[in-house]
Design a binder for this molecule. Structure first.
Ligand code: UD1
Ligand code: CA
Length: 450
């Protein structure tokens, strides 16, 4: 079946209490709208129309970054869900196939649910997605008659008897696109909210002799995000699912509930994740790696057999080859660390490449920023960087080179050379004893108050 997605994302989301349009608030570091678009993508839609309103430009940017073919329409005034869908009419002019209406703030739809809706469409003109609500609160109620859906009544307009119904409207629907627009034309706004309710098309369709039914899914899938507390709850649901998926894939999570994942986190089999690790966007960890406790990773790739942390920070552009070691209190940014290289303690390596089997001593810093521009540090293979070396970029060190502890490297170092750049040490015999005596005498006078 040819489908077009119509995603409603014009609402302000007043209860979010935010400058950011509601649908751009992230769950697992990805905007809610993108979750909804990805859920809809399982139908391989021929077209995707996003109905924007509040923060239209920002919403459009995010939508088109996800799908450059997404069509953006603007609903200037939010007059209700039917009015919102009507804005997609021109974008779907001449489109022959089904329109599937989704809400931008409903991020957890599962693929099989959409597929079941499409399957039900084969026997019905209009299919609504419903769910049995544990607490039906202010949802629209689905008034069923056997398998047939008679009508949807919004909470505000419902009688006590109707409010007792727990089978509720998720907001999703599937219908032939041109029939949908024709039904919407007949919707009025004579109701408790004075809005054009999309839900009214059910009764209109029945009056026109069309077949209407509802498909049910579990409530978690239709969870709508309306407040920060909903957002936090949605993120928690996402985390629980994503951790369970990783465990199934053969990843060890020593304390699963303390590991924070992003929607795009990829971790290979037999990798061990210790407690309290944060995966920001864009992280891939291959098989058999170890991410030790309290590490923070984003925009990086960790190869097989590497060890990271505890207390390591991998920033965007970090590429760790196989069997590398990144130890405690080490920060790596935009740098390639080749096979078997070690940066074990208290270092900053940024805008750099480090060759295979090279060892970076404790407290080493690539001084990559001159206050205006960033510069690169290139370190060869089998290099030994002594502790507390400052590598003032741009600078390069050849294979097999060495730096003496405390060296400030400002010039390139040729292969196999030792760079020493520090003040020469001088020992003054007996001076320590003399100095101690002077200091102790001083302290004794002070203690006596003289
Ligand atoms: C809607 C349904 C209700 C259902 C509930 C499920 C209607 C009339 N009611 O109610 O039956 O149980 O969702 O969560 O459809 N939007 C626009 N433009 C508008 C109005 C809304 O784009 O003019 C968008 C919102 O941004 C949101 C979605 O449509 O993404 C739903 O709107 P909302 O006002 O939240 O509807 P509810 O009152 O929750
Ligand atoms: Ca809502």
């Amino acid at each position: 079946m040819t489908t077009a997605l119509v995603i409603l994302a014009a609402g302000k989301g007043t209860r979010m209490n935010s400058e950011i349009p509601k649908v751009l608030h992230p769950i697992a570091q990805v905007p809610m709208l993108v979750h909804a678009m990805r859920a809809g993508a399982v139908l391989s839609p021929e077209r995707t129309v996003i109905v924007t309103g509040h923060g239209a430009e920002a919403v459009a940017r995010v939508a088109q970054a996800e799908d450059e073919n997404a069509q953006i329409v603007v609903q200037q005034e939010q007059l209700g869900t039917a009015h919102a869908v009507a804005q997609a009419r021109d974008a779907l002019d001449g489109f022959e196939g089904d329109a599937v209406v989704l809400f931008g703030d409903t991020p957890f739809l599962q693929p099989d649910t959409l597929e079941r809706m499409i399957a039900a469409r084969a026997k019905n003109d209009l299919v609504i997605l419903g769910f049995d609500a544990a607490d039906p609160a202010r949802y629209g109620r689905l008034v069923m008659n056997g398998d047939a859906l008679e009508r949807i009544v919004e909470f505000k307009d419902a009688s006590d008897e109707e409010r007792a119904i727990t089978f509720c409207n998720s907001g999703l629907m599937a219908c032939d696109a041109q029939s949908l627009f024709s039904l919407i034309e007949a919707v009025g706004n004579d109701n408790a909210s004075g809005e054009y309710y999309l839900t009214d098309i059910v009764e209109i369709a029945r009056d026109r002799g069309m077949g209407v039914t509802a498909v049910a899914c579990d409530e978690a899938q239709t969870l709508g995000v309306n407040s920060r507390s909903d957002l936090a709850a949605a993120d928690a649901i996402f985390q629980t699912r994503a951790r369970a998926a990783l465990l199934d894939l053969g990843v060890t999570l020593m304390a699963p509930e303390t590991v924070y994942l992003s929607a795009d986190t990829v971790i290979g089999r037999d990798t061990v994740i210790e407690p309290n690790v944060v995966f920001g966007p864009g992280v891939t960890v291959e098989s058999g790696a170890t991410i030790r406790a309290f590490s923070h990773l984003e925009g990086c790739h960790v190869s097989r057999g590497a060890t990271v942390g505890p207390y390591a920070r991998l920033r965007p552009g970090t590429e760790l080859a196989e069997n590398t070691r990144i130890g405690n209190f080490v920060e790596i940014k935009n740098a390639e660390i080749a096979e078997g290289a070690k940066v074990n303690h208290l270092s900053y390596v940024g805008d750099a490449s480090v060759g295979a089997a090279t060892n970076i001593g404790a407290g080493t810093i690539t001084c990559n920023y001159d206050g205006v521009m960033k510069h690169k540090t290139t370190i060869g293979e089998n290099v030994f960087i002594g502790s507390n070396t400052m590598l003032v970029a741009p600078v390069s060190l050849g294979d097999g080179a060495m730096t003496a502890t405390g060296t400030i490297v400002t010039r390139d170092v040729e292969p196999d050379a030792l760079a020493v750049a520090r003040a020469k040490q001088e020992n003054k015999p007996g001076y320590a004893r003399k100095l101690f005596d002077v200091l102790k005498a001083k302290k004794a006078r002070r203690d006596k108050g003289t």
